[in-house]
Design a protein around this ligand. Structure first.
Ligand code: SF4
Length: 184
């Protein structure tokens, strides 16, 4: 599917009316992606409890099409919920690369954003954006499930703006790939 989407803009632009076709395809593909944002089940510390609460009956994330997946190969978004210690940085990068493109990252809570209460610890990465690109940040220690829901709606807005012709379906920052862990 990824190869088809990659070749589609070049093929469509070569035929009359191809631009109209591409606009329609963008709208359809973005809408389907927006309605099925599947997160990887992945928790690192106390913020993960709030993430789990989001999936439970009171907040019911399923109604947004947010259905957790146990495998990175089925997931669209990685929610970094908790403190990222340096020992976990390498597995996070590896799991990120196992997710199919376009892939997204939500940084949930102060620890994932900048190290949080442990920002001056020798063992903590000072922000997960030092190792992988982040699409949406959520402030708080811990953020409530409502904040995570708001972040997903922001991610959905971002997905709706994606264009096959500009980025082959990937968000701009994804072209850069993950950054060097040495920068952490
Ligand atoms: S931001 Fe606060 S609640 Fe979340 S993992 Fe860090 S210390 Fe725990």
């Amino acid at each position: 599917m990824g190869l088809v989407l990659e070749k589609l803009p070049g093929l469509a632009e070569g035929v009359p009316g191809g631009g109209v076709f591409l606009t329609t395809a963008d709208a359809l593909i973005d809408w389907t992606r927006k309605c099925s944002v599947w997160p990887l089940t992945f928790g690192l510390a106390c913020c993960a409890i709030e993430m789990m609460a989001s999936y439970a009956s009171r907040f019911d994330f399923d109604r947004f099409g947010v259905i957790p997946r146990p495998s990175p190969r089925h997931a669209d978004v990685m929610i970094i919920a908790g403190t990222v210690v340096k020992k976990m940085a390498e597995p996070i990068i590896q799991i990120y690369h196992q997710m199919p493109e376009p892939r997204f990252v939500i940084s949930m809570g102060s620890c994932a954003n900048c190290g949080g209460p442990y920002w001056d610890s020798y063992s903590v990465v000072k922000g997960v954006d030092k190792i992988i690109p982040v699409d949406v940040y959520i402030a708080g220690c811990p953020p409530r499930p409502e904040s995570l829901m708001y972040a997903v709606t922001k991610l959905q807005e971002k997905i709706l703006k994606m264009k096959l012709s500009a980025t082959h379906g990937a968000a701009p920052q994804q072209d850069k790939g993950s950054r060097e862990i040495a920068a952490a």
